[in-house]
Design a protein. Structure first.
Length: 438
């Protein structure tokens, strides 16, 4: 799911507002905003649990964390928000440990936190334990998408700038549109201004992120595409050393973005694709918008234009009706597309989605196929790491003596550098997971 879960230690002095985050980087960005807004509202001795709905396991882990948090500090009040709170508010409101449930739109609205404090501290409106609006009715991008603490995640070196939220597609396995709403974009001028501020503050790398990043701009005047935004950022912020894209949908990549990937040295040679499967019938049942040949062709085309491109992908193991032959098509896709970094998800039925009503693959088979996919990904990563030995690479230093190459491969440095430092190193070896600098 992208991020480790961090649960505050009850043995250490509690901050006025603690946050436990599940799920993706967007949730981590929202957590930074929610923490700041809750603190500004004067809330104290509160834990905000920002949930993820992408899998049943993520929801289960959130509920377990809530119970643990309450056991460790019974006086601490718990506020639940995020995608699972948006899609299953009643399930969290029914928990005795939970004091308040806020929807995804509400968690980034200052007035929601002011009302929450009034309810928790003074009993004003305390009967409204659940404050979850219609996320599909949200049409505008809030200021938190481009401003303030939402641009940085604690412990991360690079800055994440969310330029898009929501999704207009309805993949049969996915509940996220019902948690995030329809697609909406931040105007280009606001994005450029925010990136310029971050670079002026010393940020060396910006990551553009969104729920469906490649749908950027469809709701804006003139319908600019993601490629237009990328070109504008690189043109108007020439002092930005590195620009990176988070996960994209290859079928939505526009011609201008392709040209930028081929021509712009400051646009990093690393893409993470939402592929999900390698069999055409499974892709159709997922209601994806590409076929196997489209994915293979895209990867070949982008490597022809940018030979140093490193590609990762999301893949689902054990989608309903998936046969062994269809699974092997996904397994073979790793080699056919030359994938390096895999995010493997065992299929998890989400309530209300069409896939949840399809004939399921046996759980043991799903687990075993996920293991095989991860094993395939580990071998692919080993090939990439071995191929880097002896090369000189520019890296961005992170915390703990680590760094990342332009292709986002982790590197262990011989000495610690200040986070955010750009330097050149020679690759001497690897440990199976990361590169080792000389």
């Amino acid at each position: 799911m992208g991020l480790d879960v961090v649960i505050p230690d009850a043995t250490t002095p509690a901050a006025p507002v603690e946050v436990v985050t599940f799920g993706c980087r967007l949730n981590a960005l929202d957590s930074a905003t929610a923490k700041a807004m809750a603190g500004a509202a004067g809330l104290e001795n509160v834990v905000v649990v920002n949930t993820c709905a992408v899998t049943a396991e993520a929801v289960k882990q959130a509920r377990q964390a809530i119970r643990r948090l309450k056991r460790e500090a019974p006086a601490r009040r718990i506020i639940v928000t995020g995608c699972a709170a948006q899609t299953e508010p009643g399930r969290f409101a029914a928990m005795d440990e939970v004091d308040r449930v806020l929807g995804n739109a509400e968690k980034t609205a200052p007035e929601s936190w002011a009302a929450t404090r009034a309810a928790l501290d003074f009993g004003i409106g305390a009967d409204a334990k659940t404050v979850v609006g219609d996320i599909m009715a949200v049409r505008e991008t809030a200021g938190h998408l481009i401003d303030g603490p939402a641009d940085t995640i604690e412990g991360h070196t690079r800055a994440f700038v969310q330029v898009q939220d929501g999704c207009d597609h309805r993949c049969t396995f996915c509940v996220i549109p019902y948690g995030r709403g329809n697609s909406r974009s931040v105007p280009m001028g606001a994005v450029v201004a925010r990136v310029r501020e971050l670079v002026a503050d010393g940020t060396s790398e910006i990551v553009l992120t969104g729920v469906d990043l490649t749908s950027y701009g469809a709701d804006l005047p003139g319908a600019p595409r993601l490629g237009t935004l990328v070109r504008a950022l690189l043109r108007h912020v020439p002092e930005l050393p590195r620009l990176r894209l988070s996960s994209i949908d290859s079928v939505e990549v526009d011609a201008e973005l392709l040209r930028a990937l081929a021509e712009e040295e400051r646009l990093m040679p690393h893409l993470h694709l939402s592929l999900q499967a390698g069999d055409d019938l499974i892709l159709k049942r997922m209601k994806r918008r590409h076929l196997r040949a489209d994915a293979i062709r895209f990867c070949a085309d982008i490597r022809r234009m940018r030979p140093d491109m490193v590609i990762g992908a999301d893949l689902i193991a054990g989608f309903p009706t998936e046969t062994e032959a269809q699974f092997r098509a996904s397994l073979d896709l790793v080699d056919a597309c030359g994938l390096t970094h895999l995010h493997v998800f065992p299929f998890s039925p989400r309530p209300g989605t069409p896939a949840a009503r399809m004939p399921a693959v046996a759980p043991a088979t799903v687990k075993e196929r996920a293991r095989r996919l991860r094993e395939k990904g580990a071998h692919a990563l080993l090939r990439h790491l071995a191929g880097e030995i002896g090369a000189r690479r520019e890296v961005l230093a992170e915390r703990g003596g680590l760094a990342r190459t332009r292709s986002f491969t982790p590197v262990r440095l011989p000495t610690r550098l200040p986070p955010g430092t750009l330097t050149h190193i020679r690759i001497a070896g690897h440990d199976g997971v990361r590169l080792i600098a000389a």
